[in-house]
Ligand binder design. Structure first.
Ligand SMILES: Cc1ncc(COP(=O)(O)O)c(C=O)c1O
Length: 443
């Protein structure tokens, strides 16, 4: 029986009751459920770092627009599957003003979160060409994407980009893509979980390789404008969000509103299909859809049977948030900068207590402070560390489920940790360090 910050016996019993074979490799939602139970029984609040729930209030401009839309009666009307025209127009403007990319409103399609966007994309993309039925993940990545492919019975390949930064990326990509079976490659930028951000040169390499091997680039911008090393909020002026879309016309962007606008609960995001891809004809699509046109198949062939569109009122909310941001009236970036501030302080607390940052550099600079960071402790694998930290009131997820080769690592999400909890975090990490002296562990 150890003197741990959370009652040892209760934690053990709850783990047993959870039926989880191993807490260290549990999924995000499984950990959430387990910790909810322990918090309820002990009355003690955890430092919750397992799930990327926005820790800020939803953007008011969205909430107000949504209420107004509901009062007007949109709840009784099925929305158009391709999205309401005002939203499509504002989304296209948003992409122009914050990414400096031109895209027809036609290819701007709302989805039930980016989650549904990637699901629909996987289904459609792997049917474009008979011989291209594998998705390539530039990992580490968001574990739910792998889960989506698993449930679809589709194939994927992966490599950890950390070992192939800069010019090394070209040879690595070429070695995978030249096999000819990859339909699309996916990465998030900034990256969940490591927070690395591809440079313009790397994005050019990705674009060039995509064009050479006819592979669609899936760029997941769940953390759009959150590379806080630059201020990315000045509509229509540089610096813009880094994107592959400036270097190729063979892409789909996923722009989530969950983190940028703290609108996760309403489950709405945008899938932005390049004009070239939207209008592309692929005869193989005819096996599954009425036409061979990619954009049409995506909307009326894949998205329609998945959910028949996206909640009508949420579409009005997103329209209003984009419009306000586009018009220069809603600096959403300033609001979410809080995450970077929290990360800076939390990393310091971790470092001071024997922990170290796993993905610690971004090509040749220190990793930026953002929504996530990765940490480890000498002598522990990520799995072992999570299994142990749970007794110290700290929850997170293992990098092992993110496609990372850095098995010692753990992903920390800063969003839900409030500044008032920093003293608790410090106390608990100190205790952990006391119980696991680094010198002793290393011998
Ligand atoms: C990289 C990445 N992609 C997609 C999502 C899901 O976004 P949404 O809430 O829009 O479905 C997340 C959420 O955490 C994410 O981290």
């Amino acid at each position: 029986m150890k003197d741990t910050p959370i009652n040892y016996e209760v934690v053990n019993r709850k783990i047993e009751e959870s039926d989880l074979p191993n807490v260290g490799i549990a999924s995000i939602r499984e950990i959430k459920k387990l910790i909810d139970g322990i918090e309820k029984e002990t009355g003690k609040k955890y430092i919750r770092m397992e799930m990327g729930i926005p820790g800020l209030p939803a953007a008011q401009v969205g909430v107000e627009a949504e209420i107004a839309a509901l009062k007007k009666g949109v709840a009784s009307i099925y929305p158009d599957i391709q999205g309401i025209p005002e939203l499509k127009k504002e989304a296209s403007r948003f992409v122009k003003l914050f990414l400096d990319v031109d895209v027809d409103p036609e290819g701007c399609i709302p989805t039930v979160g980016s989650m549904q966007g990637s699901f629909a994309a996987f289904i459609t993309l792997n049917r474009m060409y008979k011989e291209k039925d594998v998705i390539l993940f530039l990992d580490p990545g968001f574990p739910v994407h792998t889960q989506q492919l698993k449930v679809l019975g589709q194939k994927w390949e992966t490599f950890d980009v950390y070992d192939y930064r800069g010019n090394k990326l070209e040879d690595k990509l070429e070695s995978v893509l030249q096999k000819g079976n990859i339909s699309a490659m996916l990465y998030s930028n900034p990256n969940n979980p490591s927070w690395i951000c591809f440079t313009e040169d790397e994005l050019k390499i990705i674009a060039e390789m995509a064009d050479r091997y006819n592979v669609v680039v899936l760029e997941d911008l769940a953390y759009i404008a959150m590379d806080f090393r630059k201020d990315l909020y000045t509509p229509g002026e540089p610096p813009y969000q880094a994107t592959v879309a400036r270097y190729t016309d063979n892409y789909i962007l996923f722009i989530s509103s969950s983190k940028a606008f703290s609108y996760a609960g309403q489950r709405i995001g945008m899938m932005i299909i390049s004009d070239n891809l939207y209008n592309k004809s692929c005869p193989n699509l005819k096996k599954y859809y009425k036409t061979d046109k990619f954009g049409y198949c995506m909307i009326f062939g894949t998205i329609y049977p998945l959910s028949a569109g996206v909640t009508h009122s949420a579409q009005h909310a997103l329209t209003a948030m984009y419009k306000a941001a586009n018009d220069g009236d809603f600096n959403f970036v300033n609001i979410v900068k809080e995450y970077g501030e929290r990360a800076k302080i939390m990393k310091k607390i971790f470092n001071a207590n024997g922990f170290f940052i796993v993905y610690d550099t971004d090509v040749d600079e220190p990793i930026a402070d953002g929504f996530y960071f990765t940490f480890a402790y000498p002598g522990f694998t990520g799995e072992e560390l999570l299994n142990e930290l749970i007794y110290y009131g700290i929850s997170a997820i293992s990098l092992a489920i993110t496609g990372s080769v850095r098995e010692e690592g753990v992903r920390a999400c800063v969003s839900l940790v409030q500044r008032e909890q920093f003293p608790d975090l410090e106390f608990r990490l100190k205790k952990f360090n006391e119980h696991h002296p680094v010198e002793e562990v290393q011998t």
